[in-house]
Structures are given as structure tokens and as C-alpha cells.
Design a protein around this ligand. Structure first.
Ligand SMILES: [Zn+2]
Length: 280
């Protein structure tokens, strides 16, 4: 694939047509069919599904990546088979390669240098698999128990789990420590694949919503005359449903207090009702 073709493909994901000078294009190995350090292995059909699902997916580089705009997007994926190289289970080695692009900015100049210099080359991916098949007895460990523990030996063979029926792929990121021993890629694995809530929202979006909710609650505490600092630290330990409940209480309080000077007087009762939602 030449650069013109690459540009054509990646421009499907951009708001306006980008030129070659504006983007930085690089390749990553997302995952492979080798048994990894967690004694888990993607099946070939899992890799095929991931190949489709990872197109258009965003990659992040560190925890601050979202705020600093240091993200890349996969615009093309392919499976690459090496018949010379065998996996530890004796199959031809197959890996899923992705081509990604970043829009060049002054903020990601150094990051691009790190990628070019091979410093940031380990990739981890997040996905869900509905089937986790035991390599010894073939049972789907997601739905049924079996006596085999991955990593342990049975009749001279190490048990592992084959990941199949991929239901979702969330994101990919550059990490420091690779879990897959050969490819330099790791996999963060979500087992709650049947959860429609999870499959509709990327984890980073869920995290953002949660942070926003906490901010709303802290702001409302302040507006209602509560001790925002104390409640902020309490909010940090609250579940989403507790936060939502507390937020609506505060909103109600705020509406009733709007033209009143009694906000400080009323603050104690809010704290009491908050305690009740925490089950104290
Ligand atoms: Zn088993």
C-alpha cells in the first residue's frame, strides 16, 4: 500500500481531507495467536473479528493522553501469517497489524520521535470474548467450570485458555510492559462481554461520564453551602448510582434554596440524607 492509498483510507475518518505532511503514519502489532503470559490465546477467528473491530479505534499513549490530544487512530488492519514461525501450540504464527495515524501537532512532536525511535512500541488492547475455551477439555469457562487451571500441567501439557467469539474491541494503548512474550503486545481483557452497557460505551467514555458526575456533585455541594472538600472525598468513594441519587437530592435542595439565604442552615440535613444513601 503506497502513501496515496493510505491517505485515502485514513481520510475516511477525518473531518477534512488531510495531506501527507499533516499526518504521521505508523504500524503497530495489536495482537497475535501466541499463548501469552496469562496463558491465554486468541483463536484465528477471534483475530479475524478483531481485525474488523479495530478499524477506526482510537489509541492512547499514557494516562494524560486524552487531555493532551495525544491519540492515534487505526485506519487499516491486516492479518499477517508466518508459516516459518510456529506458536507454542504448533500453529503458524499469525498477528494482527494495524496502521495508525496521528495529526502532527507541536504537542505530539516528541511522542512521534519516541515512536520513530522505537521507545513506544508495546501495544495493549482491550476487548471482550464470549468464549474462553479450556485447552484441555474444551469447556467454555465463561459459562461452565472445569477442573483445569491455566498455567498448570496436565499429562505433560500446560493448560491455557483460547479466547473466541469476540464481542467488542474498545481501544488500544502503548504500555511499558508487554504481556504477550513474542509480539510485544499485551491485552487487557474484559470478561463481562454480555453487558450491553459496556459494549455501547468505550471504557474511557464511561470514566469521563463518571468524572463529570463527580464534578457536578462537588459543584452542587458548593452551591448548596456544603463543605465541598469533605464531600468531594466522599464522592470519590461513591458508586455511580449513589452519585446520581445524591446529585438529584442536591439539585432539589438547590431549587428550594434558590431565593433563600438559608443554604448554610440546611446543609446539615443534606449531609444526613447523604449518609443514609451510603447505608450508615
Ligand atoms: Zn478444562
Amino acid at each position: 500500500m503506497d502513501n496515496t492509498e493510505k491517505l485515502q483510507l485514513l481520510n475516511q475518518f477525518t473531518r477534512r481531507e488531510l495531506t501527507e505532511d499533516e499526518v504521521y503514519i505508523f504500524d503497530v502489532i495489536l495482537c497475535d495467536n501466541e499463548i501469552d503470559r496469562d496463558f491465554e490465546q486468541f483463536s484465528l477467528s477471534a483475530l479475524k473479528t478483531l481485525q474488523e473491530l479495530f478499524i477506526g479505534k482510537t489509541g492512547i499513549f499514557d494516562h494524560d493522553a486524552k487531555s493532551s490530544g495525544q491519540t492515534a487512530r487505526i485506519f487499516y488492519t491486516e492479518l499477517s501469517e508466518d508459516s516459518e514461525r510456529k506458536t507454542s501450540s504448533g500453529e503458524n504464527y499469525v498477528c494482527l497489524k494495524g496502521s495508525a495515524y496521528m495529526v502532527r501537532t507541536s504537542a505530539n512532536e516528541n511522542l512521534i520521535k519516541e515512536i520513530e525511535g522505537g521507545i513506544k512500541k508495546e501495544v495493549s488492547i482491550s476487548c471482550s470474548a464470549a468464549v474462553q475455551k479450556c485447552s484441555v477439555c474444551g469447556v467454555n469457562k465463561r459459562t461452565k467450570n472445569c477442573p483445569h487451571t491455566k498455567g498448570k500441567e496436565y499429562a505433560g501439557k500446560t493448560a491455557y485458555v483460547i479466547l473466541d467469539k469476540i464481542t467488542d474491541a474498545y481501544e488500544w494503548s502503548f504500555v511499558a510492559v508487554p504481556a504477550q512474550k513474542n509480539a510485544g503486545v499485551t491485552r487487557k481483557f474484559f470478561s463481562d462481554c454480555n453487558n450491553s452497557y459496556d459494549s455501547n460505551y468505550e471504557p474511557e467514555i464511561v470514566q469521563k461520564l463518571y468524572e463529570n458526575l463527580k464534578k457536578d456533585v462537588t459543584r452542587l455541594c458548593f452551591l448548596c453551602g456544603e463543605n465541598a472538600d469533605i464531600l468531594k472525598s466522599a464522592a470519590d468513594r461513591m458508586s455511580v448510582s449513589e452519585l446520581l441519587e445524591f446529585k438529584s437530592e442536591l439539585e432539589f435542595k438547590r431549587r428550594s434554596n434558590k431565593n433563600s439565604q438559608l443554604a448554610h442552615e440546611n446543609s446539615k440535613s443534606i449531609t444526613e440524607s447523604f449518609r443514609m444513601t451510603k447505608g450508615k
